[in-house]
Design a protein around this ligand. Structure first.
Ligand code: PRP
Length: 187
């Protein structure tokens, strides 16, 4: 259950405080959309959103893009101990689009260890796109276990648990318009 008290929320008994408010996020999303509109002028890129977390960032990003573009989705196995320890990723939903010779932009809410993005880039490269880039709202450099290169990054953040704006805590909290960070003091 989510309960809100001003600039903090309690989710599943843990207190989170606002870390990035909705206005700050919106400004940055507009910046990224502007950069993509410039970089892909004259092209029709296809955004590949990684479900579930990316759905809000992707929706906001696309609404600010000023060039023709398309969208598709893929879904990986949910975040779990197996993936953290072994780096194994399971695909739960494949893309439907034919991306051969297309300009592809992978859209993620967060890159943590980087294992998911690493897998996605390798996997999509096999489809021989004309180009392959990444748009990521949040990056935790201190958690990184791979050398995946990120093209458009919203915010580089501390290695702490965050929720809201598409990101969940045990599936709860995705709907929150601001981004919250776990407050270890809980006060
Ligand atoms: C999150 C996020 C990325 C991945 C990043 O997804 O959306 O896909 O974890 O972590 P990594 O860099 O350590 O691989 P999650 O599995 O929590 O599923 P969700 O998108 O449905 O919330």
């Amino acid at each position: 259950m989510v309960s809100e008290e001003g600039r903090s929320v309690v989710i599943n008994g843990e207190r989170f405080r606002v870390y990035l408010d909705r206005e700050t996020i919106e400004r940055r999303v507009r910046d990224i959309a502007d950069a993509i509109s410039r970089d892909y002028e004259g092209k029709t890129p296809i955004f590949i959103g990684v479900l579930n977390g990316a759905f809000i960032f992707l929706a906001d990003l696309m609404r600010h893009v000023r060039i023709d573009c398309e969208v598709d989705f893929l879904k990986l196995s949910s975040y779990g101990a197996e993936r953290i320890t072994s780096g194994k990723v399971r695909e739960l939903k494949r893309i439907d689009a034919d991306i051969e010779n297309r300009h592809v932009i992978v859209v993620e809410d967060i890159v943590d260890t980087g294992l998911s993005m690493d897998w996605i880039m390798d996997h999509l490269a096999e489809h021989r796109p004309a180009s392959l880039s990444t748009a990521v709202l949040l990056h935790k450099p201190d958690a990184s276990r791979t050398k995946v290169s990120l093209d458009y990054v919203g915010f580089r953040i501390e290695n702490k648990f965050v929720v809201g704006y598409g990101l969940d805590y045990a599936q709860v909290g995705r709907h929150l318009p601001d981004l919250y960070m776990l407050d270890p003091s809980g006060q």
